[in-house]
Design a protein around this ligand. Structure first.
Ligand code: A2P
Length: 270
């Protein structure tokens, strides 16, 4: 497949109406995964779970990609979690960013993985694969999530154990975050699984739900639309399989204008 790629240029043209922010932190987790933090424009507001369009200045052709904001809405900076695609139009450049580099960000956040798009319920399942955990980094550090739901179950499925690192760190930070630590210690359940490595829990979460293993491990009732609400973020196949599974169980998809029992967002790739 041929991908048209924009090459970096020397002159940094910043389009009008777009924020141009400084990179303040970069952490590489594996050769496929990294996170970065940027300064936050003072006027920028978002709801936990939303995404923004991110780009780089100085490319011959403007390329923006959707990135979930992976930090709470009160954070002084903005965090993003990204895959590295060797010939990805944006990530082939983005993976090389360093402290002090500039990132472009379009001003309007949006998305459906927000509390407002879900009806009230007892438990909130946050089901993710790969970088799909990013929006949940925001949701599990938002006090409103713990007010709205009795239990929050965060599942994260990756191929290999090192790919769980971002989520493991996130959960540790959440449990010690003074704003939500008490609630998180009582209400947050973290359920990581891997599919191509040895680990204490293996298998796709879809299979673990289907087989009843997940409910058994967590001593929870079977997923049901009367009590449970679900947010899903990950690869296309994952979303399709889970959506079909939830619809079969009687869950209705929600949106900002019409809240429902589950919501979906595709994790960014490329
Ligand atoms: P698997 O290794 O069995 O494909 P990827 O890196 O391809 O996005 O996958 C991330 C994780 O999501 C992997 O552990 C992968 O499992 C899992 N996964 C991929 N497709 C699905 C799906 N349709 N349903 C459930 N899990 C999936």
């Amino acid at each position: 497949m041929h991908t048209e790629v924009a090459e970096p240029r020397e002159d940094l043209k910043i389009p009008k109406g777009v924020f141009c922010e400084d990179v303040v932190q970069v952490n590489h987790f594996t050769d496929r995964l990294f996170m970065f933090r940027i300064t936050r424009p003072q006027s920028f507001r978002f709801r936990s779970g939303e995404f923004v369009m991110i780009g780089l200045p100085g490319l011959t052709k403007p390329i923006y990609r959707a990135y979930s904001i992976a930090c709470p809405s009160w954070d002084d900076e903005l965090e993003f979690y990204s895959i590295k695609v060797p010939d990805g139009p944006l990530t082939q450049h983005l993976q090389n960013i360093k402290l002090g580099d500039k990132i472009l960000m379009r001003p309007k956040p949006t998305g459906t993985l927000v509390n407002d798009a879900l009806l009230d319920g007892k438990r909130l399942y946050l089901l993710s694969t790969g970088t799909g955990i990013a929006p949940f980094a925001s949701i599990i550090r938002d006090p409103e999530t713990y007010e709205k739901f009795e239990k929050i179950i965060l599942t994260h499925t990756c191929r290999k154990v090192p790919e769980l690192a971002y989520g493991q760190n996130l959960v540790e930070l959440t449990l010690s975050d003074p704003l939500v630590s008490e609630e998180a210690q009582n209400q947050l359940i973290y359920y990581p699984t891997v599919t191509q490595d040895e680990f204490k829990r293996t298998g796709r979460v879809t299979h673990l739900i289907d087989s009843g293993k997940l409910d058994e491990d967590l001593s929870l009732p079977k997923l049901n639309p009367a009590e449970d609400r679900v947010m899903i973020c990950g690869s296309m196949g994952f979303l399709q399989d889970l959506k079909a599974m939830l619809i079969e169980k009687g869950f209705a998809e929600g949106s900002n204008s019409s809240p429902g029992e589950f919501v979906i967002e595709r994790a960014f790739v490329g």
